[in-house]
Design a protein around this ligand. Structure first.
Ligand code: FAD
Length: 480
């Protein structure tokens, strides 16, 4: 038999569930990726770091499949790349290649679920099978449930159940290489399209210190593995190299979640345990999205849909453009706008600021992040935003109102991160860096930063914004 493996957010040739199962099933296995116009056409810009990341990663995947096939004694392999609607392209390609079955790894986003069921339907009509597999997460869908058989909606008990259930088998790598001789060479004349061929322009990805493809993921992982012990202590400080920077690779599957989780489990110690916990958050939000697809545009807890947000386009624009007058918020937004990545502590601070200080609907912030983030992932982004906006799983509106100044003092004490992204504040003394509007006139000329001229004054007063937020949440009746 022959098969087609449809790559999507799993751009690697090792430890790959669908590829493994296809190689076991068939003696001729083709591999394909579709630049799906249903997704690409909706992107706000033709210069998109993620498209460039994918494009570069595909070239590496193509070469790796070929090398792996030859190393296993096969005649070669590679990646067939198409540009069009995946719903049309996959059934068409499967028919043209005459395969018996299409294999893919499961995607839990509502749009992807619809797309995949249409593809399966079209294939079935042509007499071709379709099979999908768990690959992106350690536990999916309803694999981790409460004793009553319900999905968890609070993280800590979910995590405890997850840790109880995980074993060596769950994190074992699929030995793809062993069967790689079954890979089929690319049909004659198949070449990878250039970025321009799919209608995109290059970004300055290479300057961002974001290595692409499986080799890039490996490089970042090796770098992180050498400092994972410090993760727990360093992870909250954006000026420090404390986190893994692997999120974009996890998003596009150029690293394998099983290998990362296996490493963290085997390593042990407070750093690795804390990091494993972050990987569990990732599974947690994926199962939330799968069980509760309505969270895409509604509050996780329906009673929180009663909260009325302000119409404040100027405040929203100031937030997007890093002009709020709160240095930690503005520096974070510049990090996002310039690099496509933002530190987790800062994501929480800016999301809290938008919703709790500016009173702007979390959905606007979520969409802005979706457009900007290299690691944008619907499940994690929606979960993070609803957490910060207090509409989500563990709402806590009365307690979760971040003070942007004290957060800044705590997590960027000397303003090192702030100064990196706000050079206009470079000479502001440490004691004023978190709230520069409190400087006296003399300080302002000494540090060459005049508030209101070189850097904006604060667009809201935190104490009064906090009061308004408490009132806003007053409409929620049954707060648990
Ligand atoms: P590390 O600290 O090294 O963590 C390792 C991995 O664990 C991450 O790569 C990620 O896959 C996972 N992870 C860590 N924290 C979380 C979390 N809270 N939820 C789910 N997974 C997590 N993460 C995304 O991958 N995509 C998003 O679109 C996204 N949007 C977010 C929006 C908001 C408002 C907030 C508060 C958080 C968001 N996160 C998102 C989670 C987190 O901020 C990033 O995963 C993290 O900053 C990525 O950097 P890292 O790879 O160095 O993380």
């Amino acid at each position: 038999p022959s098969a087609l493996v449809w790559f999507r957010r799993d751009l690697r040739s090792f430890d790959h569930a669908a590829l493994y199962h296809a190689l076991r099933f068939a003696d001729r296995v083709h591999c394909a990726f579709v630049f799906d116009t249903a997704i690409l056409d909706a992107l706000p810009s033709r210069r998109d770091r993620r498209v460039e990341f994918i494009h570069a990663s595909l070239a590496e995947l193509d070469a790796a499949l070929d090398a792996m096939a030859r190393a296993a004694g096969g005649t070669g392999g590679g990646l067939i790349v198409r540009h069009g609607r995946a719903e049309d392209e996959i059934p068409r390609l499967a028919a043209a290649l005459g395969v018996d079955k299409v294999f893919a790894n499961r995607d839990y986003e509502p749009d992807a679920i619809v797309r995949d069921s249409r593809v399966a339907q079209a294939l079935a009509e042509a007499g071709i099978g379709y099979e999908d597999f768990k690959d992106q997460v350690i536990f999916e869908r309803d694999e981790v449930l409460t004793q009553a058989g319900k999905p968890y909606s609070v993280f800590t008990p979910y995590k405890n159940a997850w840790l109880k259930k995980v074993d060596d088998f769950q994190v074992r790598a699929y030995p793809v290489e062993r069967h790689a001789a079954h890979l089929a060479p690319k049909p004659a004349g198949e070449t990878l399209p250039g970025l321009a061929d799919i209608g995109f322009e290059p970004t300055r990805l290479a300057e961002l210190n974001m290595p692409v493809g499986m080799s890039g993921g490996r490089r970042l992982f090796d770098d992180f593995a050498a400092r994972i012990e410090r993760y727990k202590r360093a992870r909250d400080f954006p000026a420090v190299k404390g986190v893994s920077y692997l999120s974009t690779h996890l998003r596009f599957g150029t690293v394998s979640i099983r290998q990362l989780a296996a490493h963290a489990r085997a390593r042990g110690g407070e750093g690795a345990e804390t990091w494993l916990s972050e990987l569990i958050w990732r599974d947690f939000y994926h199962q939330i999205l799968w069980h509760h697809p309505q969270v895409v545009d509604r509050a996780f807890r329906p009673e929180y849909d009663a909260v009325k947000w302000d119409e404040a386009p100027e405040l929203f624009a100031a937030w997007c453009e890093a002009r709020t007058g709160y240095p930690i918020v503005d520096a974070a937004m510049r990090q996002l706008n310039q690099t496509g990545w933002m530190h987790n502590r800062l994501r929480m601070i800016v999301a809290s600021f938008l919703t709790k200080d500016l009173g702007v609907d979390w959905r606007l912030g979520e969409r802005y992040f979706a457009a900007q983030l290299n690691d944008y992932d619907l499940a994690a982004n929606n979960g993070g935003w609803q957490w910060a906006a207090s509409t989500g799983c563990d709402a806590q509106p009365w307690f979760r109102i971040f003070n942007p100044v004290t957060q800044s003092e705590k997590f960027d004490p000397e303003g090192r991160f702030i100064r990196r992204y706000l050079p206009e504040l470079a000479r502001v003394p440490d004691k004023f860096i978190h709230a520069p509007w409190t400087m006296g006139g003399i300080d302002q000329s000494a540090c060459r930063t005049k508030i209101g001229v070189d850097y904006p004054g604060p667009i809201v007063d935190h104490a009064s914004a906090r009061e308004r937020t408490l009132q806003r949440f007053g409409v929620v009746k049954n707060d648990a």
